[in-house]
Design a protein around this ligand. Sequence first.
Ligand code: NAI
Ligand code: PYR
Ligand code: MG
Length: 654
Amino acid sequence: MASYAYSTSASDLSTPRSSSPSSAASARSSHSSISQRMSISSRRISASNPLSTVNVATIAEQLKMANLDTLRGYAQHHYGEVKQGQATQYVPHHQAAGYQVLREPLWNKGLSFSPEQRVAKNLTGLIPHVMENLDKQCDRALKMVRTRQTNIDRYLYLSTIKDQNVDLFYRLLIDNAKEMMPLVYTPTIGDVCLQYSTLYTRPEALYISIKQRKSIRTMLRNWPYPAPDICVVTDGSRILGLGDLGVNGVGIPIGKLSLYTAAAGIHPEKTLPIVLDCGTNNETNLKDPLYLGLRQNRISMNEQQEFMDEFMEAAKEVYPEMVVQFEDFESEKAFNYLDRYRHDYKCFNDDIQGTGAVVLGGYIGAVNLSGVPIEEQRLVFMGAGSAGVGVAKQLVEYYTKRGLSEQTAKDKFWLVDTKGLVTKDRGDNLADHKTYFARTDNNGHQFRTLEEVIEYVKPSALVGLTATFGVFTESVVRALKASVDAGGLGRRPILFPLSNPLTKAECTFEQAVQWTDGTVIFASGSPFSSFSVKTAGDNVVTYHPNQGNNVYVFPGIGLGAILSKASRVTDNMIYTSADALSKTLNAEEVHKGLIYPAIDRVREANVIVAREVMKAARLDGVSTLPEEQWLEWEGWGDVALTKYITERIYDPIL
Ligand SMILES: NC(=O)C1=CN([C@@H]2O[C@H](COP(=O)(O)OP(=O)(O)OC[C@H]3O[C@@H](n4cnc5c(N)ncnc54)[C@H](O)[C@@H]3O)[C@@H](O)[C@H]2O)C=CC1
Ligand SMILES: CC(=O)C(=O)O
Ligand SMILES: [Mg+2]
């Protein structure tokens, strides 16, 4: 085996140093080349002695790794750990045998191991004799999920499965998206984050605190899986509509990345959830003796930005190919970081851009159903934060692409926040992100309530991104309907209460149906059930809600950026995701009057989104795939590119 030398630098291990000139070049490289060397080593070991084990001390000796934890983390996941007396032995992945196979969630196949595998891996007797495919094992797990009493219990059960058998967890999630997604994502994940300090059983993410800012690179390398493709990072400052949850917000990156795997087929090993702990202003957490984060108030905005700069630099250095998704940063930081990093890093903001794209994707269909021509649409937004402004800007882009001037497009939007209609002369210091939409047509009058705004604007669409339950009251919704009705017979109001989780929704689906006499075109951030009403003659009419959640696009945007090897994520890639999503409905969904595909088809939709995002990356000149590759795909239409994607995505089938 070749020998490689590393030594520790005082503050960080970001730049492994070589102790011999011959290994200088290899020592400059980072984790991925460590993994290459490890696999070279393992090949050599197995070639000379296929069943040999490797003592971790031997590997450490030979590699002279400065950071033993990194090696241990790496070795534990890529090598089976075998205790032999006092010594810990490691064997290469494919040779791992016995209990260690069953204990490693990425290797464990539950009862799917074939008789040959059971013999080869010394599993005989360690699992029941029966052999079951994944579907059968899903039946058992489903039965268990359904016997649990609360959604938190269901989440915990699923989390145990994820910790034992990754393939089973994802098969369950992929095949039962409608039932399982609300358990690993909104709304349940909101409750999980609120109770995370108590529910915590094991690490599932990287927890990087401001106190450890000198060691960000080391921490990134400590992640046991090599070269992640996608990272979702939050600082926990605005988790769903639940506010600042500090480090407990980590449930969101974990949940979002589960959906990257379930809804876009990114291999679980290639996903990296991160929470940056900058303190929290959440008094409940600070007083909770079990709170897991730094017990201090948030550091200043400037310090948070410096920390973020350091994080982004370190992430790019350690994992140069990784796409970074910013998630649930409070508005000011969300806009700032997106502007600051988007040109130099492969990154996008899910709340601004992903939400913008998903709402545009649904709005295109909604306008068609509404009977109000696109030129006549007038939109009121309740909530002018990262999501509200992000969505409004994405819709402005849609209008400008349809030939409207930017000013005419912008004039179709009225944004409302806690102080009322956002106007230029309101007399408060408008946050930067709101000024673009500040109105000047108010003739000095300030509209304080939503009812006043609706009375003045006569909107055709009302979008809620306030994180405030119930702000779409009966009088508000009836006023919206009246303003739409006044435009002509058969017109339908567009009503999107998009805030998450359900406890923050601006109104419920049932209310929306009743207050609009069933005419509403509805989308909410978290899922509502269908609603049936008995009509005269005992007929039953069933109304179907839509879930307008960025899960319909962020997995596809990320996958498209990864597979196109995009050097950055352009506006056009985001816009294209919306356009692609709007075209993914099948005949049945169209017939039902839906504006998004059924949630059970979220994966199908995201593959299409990813394909179109890849093409947009190429058009924008940011795809670094060879041009010959693109020319070859072009010759085959979408078929070849779709095949390329589907061949690369994770789909557990044993
Ligand atoms: N459906 C989806 O895919 C997504 C939903 N969201 C949800 O959107 C909500 C807002 O997110 P952000 O914009 O990032 O939050 P934010 O805190 O940046 O913005 C909230 C905005 O609502 C306004 N607001 C709050 N209460 C209000 C009230 N009673 N009346 C009028 N305005 C009020 C605030 O002034 C602020 O402008 C959250 O609940 C989040 O979960 C966010 C992203 C995606
Ligand atoms: C869905 C989402 O990203 C949010 O509510 O923040
Ligand atoms: Mg979010």
